[in-house]
Write a protein that binds this ligand. Structure first.
Ligand SMILES: [Zn+2]
Length: 255
């Protein structure tokens, strides 16, 4: 809260009392007892004798509450974006990300409505950012793209480990590769695929699977070709879904 400037454009006491219950049109600052003709918070000029240049506190308190909600949602959407990006990039559970997407839809809709309403003067860039941040966050939760990007950056190191495992070496316990911490790295039931387990336990979880050269994935009967929620039946054991990462690498969830 800024301190009131000296009353250079001082107004008579009678006018000041007419500001009882009045507030700034621009920022809803309470003008009670103000002895200048500009808002001490945002600098907007007003005429204490002309009610059209000020607002009534009742309606503007509501507007101020909406603006506060919008600001809160704005920072919450940045938090959701950054945390979902990091969680996805290190190989977090996609189902949790998907649930986050579903849970955030009402808040995103509310934010879009508040941004579209003429509640306050917002620079178009900031308004654009307000629309984009939740959409990027949603794209992470729905498509899980950061993990595909970070796996691509770790592929060379992972290929060397996959070669060792394919040649019979047993790697026991968690293995750290860059930002990833794999719970186990193993072959699939003696076949020629190497799986790096990202999360989950002994019964299942997400694996990054390297298939042998010349491998041709086959879609399960129940889903064909759709990039989200697709399932290839011949990559790994008991898969719920598979995601093609390119160059013979797949992300799969074992049930
Ligand atoms: Zn103001």
């Amino acid at each position: 809260m800024k301190s009131s400037p000296p009353a250079l454009s001082g107004i008579p006491e009678s006018s000041a009392s007419s500001l009882e219950g009045r507030c700034c049109i621009e920022c809803a600052h309470d003008l009670r007892g103000i002895t200048t003709k500009t808002c001490p918070e945002c600098g907007r000029p007003f005429n204490p004798d002309d009610p059209r240049t000020t607002g009534t506190i009742g309606t503007n308190r509501y507007r101020r509450w909406l603006i506060g909600t919008s600001v809160l949602l704005y920072y919450a959407s940045w938090l959701a974006l950054l945390s979902s990006f990091v969680y996805s990039a290190i190989g977090g559970n996609w189902i949790l990300l998907f649930l986050l997407a579903i849970a955030s839809v009402p808040f995103i809709l509310l934010q879009f409505i508040l941004l579209a309403l003429p509640l306050q003067e917002i620079a178009w860039r900031r308004r654009l950012v307000g629309f984009l941040v939740p959409l990027v966050s949603l794209s992470i939760c729905v498509t899980n793209w950061p993990v595909a990007v970070s796996l691509r950056m770790h592929r060379t190191a992972m290929a060397k480990i996959a070669d060792r495992v394919a040649n019979g070496e047993v790697i026991s316990g968690p293995t750290r590769v860059g930002i990833f911490r794999f719970r186990q790295i193993r072959m699939s039931r003696g076949k020629d695929r190497v799986g790096f387990q990202l999360n989950g336990g002994a019964g299942g979880g997400m694996f990054v699977v390297r298939t042998p050269p010349g491998f041709v994935p086959e879609f399960s009967n129940w889903r064909t070709g759709f990039p989200l929620g697709s399932n290839h039946r011949n990559i790994w054991d008991n898969t719920n879904w598979t995601q093609n990462l390119g160059d013979g690498w797949f992300l799969v969830e074992q049930d």
